[in-house]
Each structure stands twice: as C-alpha cells, then as structure tokens.
Design a protein around this ligand. Structure first.
Ligand code: ADP
Length: 499
C-alpha cells in the first residue's frame, strides 16, 4: 500500500501467496467461513502456488447479503457517476497490467507475452468502454394517448451472479461486471476453480474505488459454490460462461426462479477458405483464430477449417509453417509463444482426442512445434498443436468442443458444400469466411449460423461489438451497449394520467 492504494506486486508467487485462501466480501478479504481451502497449481510446473477459499452455501449467502445491502445506494447513485467510478477502476487497472499478466500466467500457464498481457490490458479497455455508457440507460416516451404521458424506465435488476471460466478469466470478468455495475446492479462473482487468483486481485483493485458490497467474489467448485449462487432467492440474474452441460443446469434452476440468464457456452467454429482466398492472410488468420498461443483454449477457436480441395494442401503447409515457427515453453519467458494446458484433467481430455484422431483410418496428424526440453518444465502440461486432415465432419473431433490445440481441416469441393458443412454443428458462436469475392462474402455472412461472423479476419471479442452465440453456443449478447441494456436492466412502463 502507498497512500492507501494497492501497489503492483510483480513477484507473482508472492502475490499468489498474499491472496491465498481468500474471498472478497463486503469490501474485505475473508477466508471461507469453514476455513477450508483447495490448492492452486501452476500448470507449467505442476507445483502448488497458492490456495483458494473453498466456499459453500454460507459463504455465498454472506456475499449475496453484502451485495443486497449495497444495491439500493448503488442504484441511487447517478448513472454517469457510476460510469465515472468504473472508469476510475479502469485507470487503476492500467497501473497493474504487468502484475496481473504475471499472476494470470502463473495460475493458467498462458504465455505472458502473447496472451496474458493482452488480456490484462484488455480489461481496462472494457471498463472504459462501459464506463462511458452511463447516460445510455435511457427510457422512452410512448405516444400512447394525448391525455396520458407514458414513459419507460430502465432499472437495474438487483443482485447479479457472474460465473466465470478459466480460459480468459479477467477479460470475461470485465465483460460481465462492467455492464452490470454501470446499470446499477451489484455483483457476486464466482471464479473458476482453476483460475481464482487474478480475478480476485482485479476485484481487490476495483474495491478501492467501488463502495463496499458492490462487487464481491467467491471461489469454489461448481456444485458447492456455483449452484447455491444460481439458486439464491435474492440473485435476480445469472451471467455465465462455461460448458453446455453446466449452462443447461443453470438455465433449469433459473427457470424455476423465473430469472433471466446470459449463457456463453462455447463452439466448434468453422473457418471457410475459398479457392480465391489470399492464402497467406488466411493462414495467419487461422493461427490467430485457432488461438494457438492459448493452446486453443477458447470458445471461439476456429477449430474446424473447411478448405477448398484445390488449396487444401498449400493452406495446411502454410499454417504448419507459421505454427512451427512458434515456441512452446515457460509461459513466463518473454520468448515463449505458446504456454500450457490449464489442468491435468484438461490435458488428459485433449490427449484422448488426439489419440482418437490418430486411431481414425484415413486421418493424418500434422503435428507442429517441438516440446520444451528444459528439465525445470518436466511437470508442465505442454501439448504440441496438431491439425488433423482426412477427418469427416461427423467425426467426434469435428463435432465436440475439445478446448485444446487440435484442429480438423476438412476438404470441400464447392461453396454450397462448405456452407452446409459449416452449419452442420450443434454450436453457433463464431464463423469466418475467406474469399476475395464480394458475393460469396455477403452470402456467407447471411447464411452462416453463428452470432459473430467475420470476413477475411479472425479477431477476438471487442468492446462495443455484441458477442454471443446461437444454437448450443448460448443465449444473449455480451461486450456491447445492447448487452448492458437488454441483459442487465429491466424495463418499467409508467403512465401519468393528466386529466
Ligand atoms: P469447464 O468444464 O470448462 O470447467 P464448466 O461449465 O464446468 O466448464 O465450468 C464453468 C464455471 O461454472 C466454473 O466456474 C464452474 O465452477 C462453474 N460451475 C460448474 N458447475 C456448476 C453448477 N452446477 N452451477 C453453477 N456453476 C457451476
């Protein structure tokens, strides 16, 4: 602390220790009421770096009660003032980019230079975007009858529960809390069990500015901590990012309570490469879209590359050359491009898909990069990125979300076939088409069944652009003005009888 403000702690190990075993409730770091914790492991070494509070229903109750107590005053704070406070939070975060990127690297194994630093810088950007939108929480005047003035008001929902995944924990935290807070809600966050530390630190930093109880965070496992948060009678909205199975469980509980949900549930996103595409750009876009630097651990990963047969081999060779030039290694090393898989369980899952691909007749595994040889990284969960060619779209690898560096490259012979392969999936989060032909681009952008479609690029979610899926990829939008208005407020109609 300097002048009562937190100072960045660049020693990630030390910071992880300082945060060990805590929730943040009502403005204070507190252990779980039971005193229980669970270990947090660095996936690059296999060593325990810290612990997290093992929260259960009583801890969730305490956090929700704090949020409930804080909500009336927060809702009564002028909207632009709330926005200004959120922007002040963003400025504080800017001073913590190095610290946060090191901490999230330590707990997730994501590469510091290519992944974590971008994520840490991105959260301030998301908060700045939403912080400027306070005055957009406008209602309408409705031409109902001349003798009656009819208006609508946008009001906060109350207490929002935000349930996080581990892959981009800070960015997804920011996407959820910023619109919720600016709209006048108070929030209880539940972190992912694999990555609770960086998000706890972000909330601690934000609590220097926000009134106590406005933003609370608890750590724990899904059934013991996430489920009671969803079920809590005072929680009026759940925003969730995670698996389809858990999303459906949450939706059922929410249905019993008749509360709204936003569900972002992953994908199996197609990338169509037409024969007239600029293949160098498409190959670079494939590397970016597949999030190879994050070991493919992204909901929007372009994990199904649908490539015209005339350019298939050349495209695969170009992507392989780009990935081969990347270095897998110690995530903290500035020279590293690709870090580790998040956990042993996820490593085993990814490995079993790779084994299934290898065992498939007619499939060829195009493996990229080399594994690190440093003995200090012997316990690390490193995987070589692999592209499978020769698989069909109905193979398990092409249908199920792997959340690892495993790509299916599938040949097509004409545009209609490409479109039909692209849409033949239970998911619908993102899609891209690579072509120089305007007609194909326009047609595909209308016919691709996905919530976020790009032509000749594959960038990640951005502040201001509605992000969210169709089909099994979920419900609702995030990251935009629409997301704040539609998903974190409720509309009230008011009629003044003037006779
Ligand atoms: P993944 O398999 O990628 O970890 P999950 O959907 O299991 O995805 O987890 C995403 C988040 O949902 C995590 O924070 C997890 O603890 C939480 N979660 C898991 N099960 C439940 C549940 N039944 N109710 C609420 N949250 C849950």
């Amino acid at each position: 602390m300097v002048d009562g403000k937190l100072v960045p702690v660049l020693d990630a190990q030390k910071l992880a220790q300082n945060l060990s075993g805590f929730n943040l409730i009502d403005g204070a770091l507190v252990p779980a009421l039971s005193g229980r914790t669970f270990p947090i492991v660095n996936p690059a070494t296999g060593l325990e770096i810290s612990t997290a509070a093992f929260s259960v229903v009583q801890d969730v109750d305490a956090a929700v009660e704090a949020a409930q107590r804080a909500q009336p005053d927060w809702a009564g704070t002028p909207a632009r003032r709330r926005g200004a406070l959120v922007m002040e939070c963003a400025r504080l975060l800017e001073a913590h980019v190095q610290e946060l990127s090191r901490l999230v690297t330590l707990e997730t194994g994501k590469a510091l230079r290519t992944e974590s630093r971008t994520e840490a810088a991105g959260i301030a950007d998301m908060l700045l975007f939403y912080g400027g939108l306070g005055s957009e929480l406008k209602g309408e005047t409705i031409p109902h009858r001349p003798d009656m003035l009819t208006i609508t008001l946008r009001e906060p929902i109350g207490v929002v529960g935000a349930i996080l995944p581990w892959n981009a924990p800070m960015y997804i935290l920011a996407m959820k809390i910023a619109p919720a807070l600016v709209a006048g809600n108070t929030v209880v966050v539940k972190s992912a069990e694999e990555a609770p530390l960086a998000v706890l630190r972000v909330c601690q930093i934000l609590n220097q500015v926000l009134p106590k109880g406005v933003l609370n965070i608890v750590s724990g496992y899904g059934p013991e901590c996430g489920a009671p948060l969803v079920a809590h009678a005072a929680v009026g909205k759940i925003t969730f990012t995670g698996s389809v199975e858990t999303g459906k469980i949450i939706y059922r509980t929410a249905a019993d309570k008749l509360i709204p949900v936003t569900l972002e549930l992953g994908g199996k996103s197609p990338m169509i490469v037409m024969p007239d595409a600029d293949l160098d750009k498409a190959a670079a876009g494939a590397v970016a879209g597949m999030r190879f630097t994050r070991q493919g651990q992204s909901c929007s990963a372009s994990s199904r590359m649908l490539v015209h047969s005339s350019v298939h081999d050349e495209f695969v060779a170009k992507v392989k050359a780009l990935v081969d030039a990347m270095k897998i290694g110690d995530p903290m090393d500035e020279a590293t491009d690709i870090g580790t898989i998040i956990s042993r369980g996820q490593y085993d899952k990814v490995s079993s898909y790779i084994a299934a691909g290898r065992a498939t007749a007619d499939a060829t595994a195009v493996e990229c990069c080399t594994l690190p040889t440093d003995p200090g990284l012997g316990g690390g969960l490193f995987v070589r990125p692999v592209m499978f060619t020769g698989l069909t779209n109905d193979s398990r690898l092409a249908r199920e979300e792997i959340f690892g560096p495993v790509v299916c490259v599938i040949k097509f012979s004409d545009y209609e076939e490409a479109l039909s392969l692209a849409n033949d999936t239970s998911y619908g989060l993102t899609a891209s088409v690579w072509t120089r032909d305007l007609k194909t681009a326009l047609d595909a952008s209308q016919k691709l069944q996905a919530g976020f479609v790009q032509v000749n690029q594959n960038i990640v979610a951005q502040p201001g652009l509605s992000y969210g899926g169709v089909k099994n990829s979920g419900l609702g939008k995030e990251a935009s003005l629409e997301a704040m208005l539609d998903h974190f407020t409720q509309k009230k109609t008011v009629i003044f009888n003037m006779q």
